[in-house]
Design a protein around this ligand. Structure first.
Ligand code: PMP
Length: 396
């Protein structure tokens, strides 16, 4: 029996879940019945995967599975320990070295997820003398890192250089200033204006941290990310393995001294079991494949252009997205949920972003393009989205 005070906390969510389940509209955590390339299986149906961060289509690459199996034989399924004790294998060091060479950074520290990399780096870097300056639409892991940090947090309007400058000027006297932004925004797919942001950071003596989660494998020379795309340096660079690199885990890159500091102070690094060696081996293979099969990035951009122009032609609004993260505005929250469910029956899986993740009645699908798709698959997805939009009066 839950006591009354806690019942007040739990009820709004638990009631919504029960009601949506009763209506057959519950949509979260759908249990997929196969791996996720451009197609998968869900509710006993073949579905086109229009929402997976498998940008380069590496998630089903046999060489990655092979590398993971070899590492499983050699190192076992878990390190059963944290990095500073028994949780480091030579593969962990190899991946850190490989990533720092690839990014042109002095050093890299691995984390067990991208979420923890943000949490761990921001909370370690930002003490009580720090003003942390962050975009209003930054990923929740950045926000949580800011909450955990001891510094004071200032939020500026999304992608607004003017508002960032205003915040920097207002906090000119702060002993330490730390700007942290997403390189590519995970919901609406815009790119941060990093050229302007880095100029301001330099002028105001601020540190700059960029989250490259949706930019690695997507933007910049060889998929090196958004900072590389703009040709700027960032003091701290964060990335994740769970998207283009078809693994799990995260990393922080920076100067040797900064990374040594993070390794010895970041709780998310010190007090967390390390990545399993098979995961590390898989990511090492992904990095190699990304270089060897460079056609994947080109294919990703070809597919992105095809999907985006097809959606615009149908009459959908894509919120100014210029990357493989393509929002499809639906509007009415109930209709969005209904449509997403119907689309599964039609053979298309697409994630729906509902309140509180977005403001009320601005629900949208979040499509992610993948290099694993061919033209026929994209055209079929467009056909299904077109039919569904007309059925519900979203499209004329
Ligand atoms: N940053 C951004 C911008 C993200 O979109 C995500 C994942 N959704 C993360 C960090 C966290 O990465 P992970 O899921 O690999 O922990």
């Amino acid at each position: 029996m839950i006591n009354e005070a806690y019942e007040r906390t739990i009820a709004p969510v638990a009631d919504w879940v029960r009601q949506t389940r009763d209506n057959g509209m519950y949509f979260l955590e759908p249990p997929f019945e196969s791996g996720q390339a451009s197609r998968s299986r869900l509710r006993d149906r073949d579905v086109i995967m229009l929402s997976t961060s498998n940008y380069l289509g590496l998630a089903e690459h046999p060489e990655i599975a092979g590398a993971m199996k070899d590492a499983l034989d050699q190192f076992g399924p878990s390190t059963c320990g944290a990095r500073l004790s028994n949780g480091t294998t030579k593969l962990h060091h190899e991946l850190e070295e490989r990533l720092s060479q690839w990014l042109g950074a002095e050093a890299v520290a691995l984390f067990s997820s991208g979420y923890l990399a943000n949490l761990g780096a921001i909370s370690a870097m930002c003490d009580s003398e720090t003003v942390i300056i962050t975009d209003q639409f930054n990923h929740m892991s950045i926000l949580d890192g800011c909450r955990l940090a001891e510094g004071s947090v200032k939020i500026f309007a999304h992608n607004s250089i003017e508002k960032l400058e205003y915040v920097l000027e207002r906090n000119a006297d702060a002993a330490k200033k730390f700007i942290v932004v997403d390189g590519v925004y995970s919901l609406d797919g815009e790119i941060a204006p990093l050229d302007g942001i880095s100029k301001l950071a330099e002028q105001h003596g601020a540190m700059l941290m960029v989250d490259e989660a949706h930019a690695v494998g997507v933007l910049g020379d060889g998929g090196r990310g958004a900072a590389a795309h703009f040709g700027i340096g960032s003091d701290v660079l964060m990335g994740t393995f769970s998207k283009s690199l078809a693994g799990v885990g995260g990393f922080v890159a920076g100067s040797t001294r900064l990374i040594e500091y993070i390794r010895h102070t970041s709780h998310a690094y010190i007090f967390n079991a390390s990545l399993p060696a098979p995961t590390v081996a898989g990511v090492l293979k992904s990095l190699e494949l990304m270089r060897r099969e460079s056609w994947r990035i080109e294919k990703l951009w070809h597919n992105t252009a095809r999907l985006r122009s097809g959606l615009l032609e149908l009459g959908y609004e894509v919120m100014g997205s210029v990357t493989p993260v393509v929002p499809i505005m639906i509007g009415d929250d109930e209709v969005a949920l209904k449509l997403a469910n119907e689309l599964i029956d039609d053979g298309l899986y697409v994630t729906v972003a509902l309140p509180p993740a977005v403001p009320k009645n601005t629900s949208r699908f979040r499509a992610n393009v993948s290099a694993a798709m061919d033209d026929e698959t994209i055209d079929r997805a467009l056909e299904l989205l077109g039919q569904a939009g007309k059925r519900h009066g979203i499209l004329s």
